[in-house]
Ligand binder design. Structure first.
Ligand SMILES: O=C(O)c1cc(=O)[nH]c(=O)n1[C@@H]1O[C@H](COP(=O)(O)O)[C@@H](O)[C@H]1O
Length: 273
């Protein structure tokens, strides 16, 4: 089943919420856990218990695992294995991007089903040139996986690069979005190539109708709300929108039931709005 079909099915079944698994030092403390490998293991296992098969999308943030070295990466690997094929799609947040030959190695590491770290989709950065992402797209296609390309990110520093105007007269973000749209063209119910567009970007004239999924961070802790979602994305099919939030759901922990309830409540709220 294509990634686009899987996104549509998961979103229709559960709603648009993508819960970020970000074992942030502040959250570990809030959950009464040590900022240690044992704390990380407990945090990740609780997230699996709370969210696996309960929400459409989960997005582990690799950085918070990598900071514990190889043992942290081993926890990430186990977390991915426990989350996959439960009904929830795993979007691994790695924001990788490099020259083509190295990009091919990253693509194999995360999108080849034979890899121990294989996931349903990854986040990538286009700032070495959109063409360097080709190995990610090719490996995704072979494995029915997806790729989310940074376009209009949620952080306040983003416009400096993303709003810059290119030789074509388009902005950098507009150029990324246009290339994704061209690559997704004709694919139903949507193509496998997504864009990252923050809920916090304010107004935009860019064409967000790329024929693929949008990963929408910045909802909750970074200030994005339902009004922003309606204004920016209300014209798009809802099953293409992955509303990503980490801290605002995770702060309901450490009880797995309370975490699950927070995610399900948010899905209800977004479905109604
Ligand atoms: O790709 C992302 O998920 C992402 C893109 C972006 O533009 N902004 C952004 O905050 N993120 C990630 O989304 C998560 C934000 O978490 P909260 O602000 O706690 O909801 C972090 O893991 C960020 O790395």
């Amino acid at each position: 089943m294509s990634f686009g079909s899987r996104v549509q099915a998961a979103s229709l079944a559960y709603g648009p919420v993508c819960v970020g698994i970000d074992p942030h030092p502040g959250l570990l403390e809030q959950w009464g856990l040590e900022d240690s490998i044992e704390g990380l293991e407990r945090f990740a296992a609780t997230c699996v218990e709370a969210f696996a098969g309960q929400v459409a999308f989960v997005k582990p943030q690799s950085a918070f695992f990598e900071r514990f070295g190889s043992r942290g990466v081993a926890v990430l690997e186990r977390t991915i294995a426990d989350l996959r094929h439960t009904g929830s799609l795993v979007v691994l947040d790695i924001k990788r991007g490099d020259i083509g030959s190295t990009a091919a190695a990253y693509a194999t590491a995360y999108l080849d089903e034979d890899s121990p770290m294989a996931v349903d989709a990854v986040t990538v950065s286009p700032y070495l040139g959109f063409g360097t992402l080709t190995p990610f797209f090719a490996t995704a296609e072979l494995n029915d996986a997806g790729v989310f390309v940074l376009a209009l990110t949620s952080n306040p520093e983003a416009p400096q690069v993303q709003h810059a105007v290119t030789e074509s007269g388009r902005t950098v973000a507009g150029s990324v979005l246009a290339q994704l749209k061209a690559a997704n063209e004709g694919l139903e119910p949507m193509g496998p190539l997504g864009a990252v567009v923050g809920a916090t970007i304010g107004e935009t004239d860019e064409d967000l109708d790329i024929g693929g999924p949008l990963l929408i961070p910045g909802f909750g802790a970074q200030g994005g709300g339902t009004g922003d979602l309606d204004r920016l994305f209300g014209h798009l099919p809802p099953e293409r929108l992955l509303v990503s939030t980490s801290r605002s759901v995770l702060s309901a922990g450490p009880d797995a039931g309370a975490l699950r309830a927070a995610a399900l409540d948010l899905n209800e709220q977004l479905r109604r709005s």
